[in-house]
Design a protein around this ligand. Structure first.
Ligand SMILES: [Zn+2]
Length: 47
């Protein structure tokens, strides 16, 4: 399983979680327990 970076939209906390495309897991911020978390895409060479 790969790890993907996430960011909490509620408190702005950045964290990394195991991420599996095949499994839809409900993600929650480990800090504030909000489920308003967004996966952060890695920056590509192009801006
Ligand atoms: Zn949070």
């Amino acid at each position: 399983m790969e790890e993907a970076p996430f960011k909490c939209l509620h408190c702005g906390h950045d964290f990394t979680m195991p991420y599996d495309k095949k499994v839809m897991v409900e993600r929650a911020c480990p800090k504030c327990n909000s489920n308003s978390v967004r996966r952060i895409k890695k920056k590509s060479a192009n801006k």
